[in-house]
Design a protein around this ligand. Structure first.
Ligand SMILES: Cc1ncc(COP(=O)(O)O)c(C=O)c1O
Length: 473
């Protein structure tokens, strides 16, 4: 009999997903321009490393904050002592102002409705604990961020029911898909407690349309359930249409409904917009006082350290810095995005049209041996082990169509991105060559088979360029 809890020994954490396995493979053989130029390039990590110079120059110009001083005096002792779990008031103020600024100051946020958490990971899980019981369900549009299987389900026992979205309409949420997911939840005897979206979407890199948002608000109003909008990528929108928060849509609705507004909750973090995932800065914003109170108590399990709050309150209160950072970071993301989209196009690979995020949703359906998830994993393994690029297969994001991949572009230098495109180009050229040879061979086989009608020969498509013996069927 195990002395461990079922939670400790179960595998519902999702660690065995190809999303995390790709990271493990990368860790074993990471690319480095000098030390390991043939290693795996990490393109499966949604990190934003494009604007570190802006943080660094701010730090150099503001030694007081980084040195934990106020008015020339050290505040080390103050910060080192016990922290009230409500968070530092000046940091909460700076955080809500930054959130408004990202939303073009079209919405304002009240610090009393904000709960600080150790990243969006903790914010999402805390909301599950506040809104659902074990065995209840949340509906999530597919494809979705693979970490949600861990964050929403693992410790809470909450279930995820997919809202199946497809490429036929650019993976947008439809009324039918929403209703179908709700019915699926009910037929699995799950109590559906809400819908969770990411806006902008990870992995699509698209912003939620107004039509979708109104559809979602009408839906949760009718079903009397919650809506969580994970807006962790709100500051990464680099092209039109600009970012619109669900809070803005809610405020602009003609019929004001307090109950509805209490059922809408926003998750935020500085991991993507400010590129600081290591600092663990997240937040829940809710108009429901009970949710705020419960989440604040729960935040004891994942607080943001005092020195981080102190440093970031100084940085985010510097309006000159935030203004420059937001616009410069978006410019750099836009340039990077263009580079990868054009680079991929040149090798015959297209991406879903996107306007946000740190990744592209890449269509590699034409490189599959068959229209199956097995073929998708085969292709993924080729790309990880032979081409040496760690990208994330769509199946790890619960996409219902095989052949889509999430490819990150902001966690590396421009030179590394160039190299990754060169590697992919070589792979696709070889693929096309083998495909050509294979079809030439099969047409000669057809001719031969007319002569030798007893035996049928089929050439297997080989990615590694080695000539394979024809297989006998
Ligand atoms: C949609 C989404 N939510 C939450 C997270 C977790 O973010 P954090 O680092 O703030 O915990 C991520 C990270 O990739 C994400 O993409």
């Amino acid at each position: 009999m195990s002395l461990l809890s079922t939670k400790a020994s179960c595998n519902t954490h999702g660690q065995d997903s190809s999303y995390f396995l790709g990271w493990e493979e990368y860790e074993k053989n990471p690319y480095d321009e000098i030390r390991n130029p043939k290693g795996i390039i990490q393109m499966g990590l949604a990190e934003n490393q494009l604007s570190f110079d802006l943080h660094e120059s701010w730090l150099a110009n503001n030694p007081e904050a980084a040195g934990l001083k106020r008015g020339g005096q050290s505040i080390f002792r103050e910060l080192a002592l016990f922290q009230d779990y409500h968070g530092l008031p000046e940091f909460k103020k700076a955080m809500v102002e930054f959130m408004s600024e990202i939303r073009g100051n079209k919405v304002t946020f009240d610090t009393n409705n904000l709960v600080l958490t150790a990243g969006a990971t903790s914010a999402n899980e805390t909301l599950m604990f506040c809104l659902a019981e074990q065995g209840d369900a949340f509906l999530l549009p597919t494809p979705y961020y693979p970490g949600f299987d861990r964050d929403l389900k693992w410790r809470t026992g909450v279930e995820i029911v997919p809202i199946h979205c497809t490429s036929s309409n650019g993976f947008q949420i439809t009324e039918d898909a929403l209703e179908k997911a709700y019915q699926d939840g009910q037929s699995r005897n799950l109590r559906v407690k809400g819908v969770l979206i990411t806006n902008p979407s990870n992995p699509l890199g698209t912003t939620t349309t107004l039509k979708e948002m109104n559809l979602l608000l009408n839906f949760i109003e009718e079903k009397q359930i919650h809506l969580i909008s994970d807006e962790i990528y709100s500051g990464t929108v680099f092209n039109n249409p600009g970012f619109v928060s669900v809070m803005e849509v809610l405020n602009n609705r003609s019929s004001k409904n307090d109950i509805l507004s209490q059922r809408v909750h926003v998750v935020y973090s500085l991991s993507k917009d400010l590129g600081l995932p290591g600092f663990r800065i997240g937040a829940i914003y809710s108009n429901d006082k009970m949710v705020v109170a419960a989440a604040t108590k729960m935040s004891s399990f994942g607080l943001i350290s005092s020195q981080t709050q102190y440093l970031l309150s100084a940085m985010l209160s510097d309006k000159k810095f935030t203004k420059t950072y937001i616009s410069e970071n978006q410019k750099r993301l836009k340039k990077r995005h263009e580079k990868i989209v054009v680079g991929l196009e040149k090798i015959g690979i297209s991406c879903l049209k996107s306007n946000a995020g740190l990744f592209c949703w890449v269509d590699m359906r034409h490189l599959l041996k068959s229209n199956t998830f097995e073929a998708e994993i085969d292709l993924w393994k080729k790309i990880v082990y032979d081409v040496k690029l760690n990208i994330s297969p769509g199946s790890s994001c619960h996409c219902t169509e095989p052949g889509w991949f999430r490819v990150c572009f902001a966690n590396m230098s421009e030179e590394t991105l160039d190299l990754s495109l060169q590697r992919l180009k070589a792979f696709v050229s070889e693929f096309n060559l083998i495909k050509q040879q294979s079809s030439l061979n099969s047409s000669s086989i057809i001719k031969n088979s007319r002569r030798k009608s007893i035996t049928k020969w089929v050439f297997r498509l080989s990615f590694d360029g080695t000539e394979r013996e024809p297989e006998q069927r």
